[in-house]
Design a binder for this molecule. Structure first.
Ligand code: ADP
Length: 201
């Protein structure tokens, strides 16, 4: 199974790119989706968080308050580590299980937002694909998508690898500073190329 690790900074367009891969019938595994799933009420990650922190991170409906966690961990590196130690092994196991389900496919896209930062998933992938855009574009997109405080967006961006380092490490780069349609076309070209490459292998 050939796995392409799709990465990029927050708001670069990873989910949008993934949508276009799905339209081409390429399976997509998204670590953010897995994280959400396992921290949904009464799932494994949810139970671990409640075991460790009590009701501190639950809202009125007893669901995980993701915004609160995000806001706190980017101000507290120790807490960030505690959450990561709790949740990351669960995400990794769930990811391996999902990969297993797709073993008959030519290739799959694995979205790993922090592919080059955490390195955990580098051993699972055969090549990386960076969705890249200007930092100002990232900020504008996240601002309108998540309605996050601009200082928090700056902190999240600062916690991620620098744009130039990501560009250096990536095997493939798709620039997403233009229209949605341009992104779609670039994904199609990447897809056609990889299919051709894999057929010749
Ligand atoms: P990521 O998954 O990398 O955080 P998203 O794919 O969610 O980023 O994109 C961030 C926001 O920007 C979303 O609201 C998305 O619809 C929008 N977006 C992504 N690419 C483009 C584009 N080329 N033109 C306009 N808006 C875009």
């Amino acid at each position: 199974m050939h796995i392409v690790g799709l990465t990029g900074g927050i708001g670069s367009g990873k989910s949008m790119a993934a949508l276009f891969f799905k339209e081409l019938n390429v399976p997509v595994i998204d670590l953010d989706d897995i994280a959400k799933e396992i921290t949904t009420k009464n799932n494994e990650g949810y139970n671990e968080i409640v075991k460790k922190f009590g009701v501190r991170y639950l809202n009125d409906k007893k669901e995980i308050n993701r915004y609160l966690i995000k806001a706190e961990i980017f101000n507290d590196p120790k807490l960030k580590k505690e959450f990561e130690q709790l949740i990351h092994p669960l995400i990794y196991t769930a990811c391996l299980n999902q990969i297993d389900n797709f073993h008959t496919q030519t290739y799959l896209i694995l979205i790993v937002p922090l592919l080059f930062e955490t390195k955990t998933y580098l051993g699972l992938i055969q090549e990386s694909l960076l969705i890249d855009c200007k930092i100002s574009t990232q900020k504008e997109r996240v601002c309108s998508r998540d309605k996050l405080d601009s200082k928090l967006i700056d902190k999240i961006i600062a916690s991620q690898l620098e744009r130039s380092e990501r560009q250096e490490k990536a095997d493939n780069i798709i620039t997403n500073d233009g229209s949605v349609d341009e992104l779609k076309q670039k994904i199609k070209i990447f897809h056609d190329n990889i299919i051709k490459r894999l057929q010749n292998d």
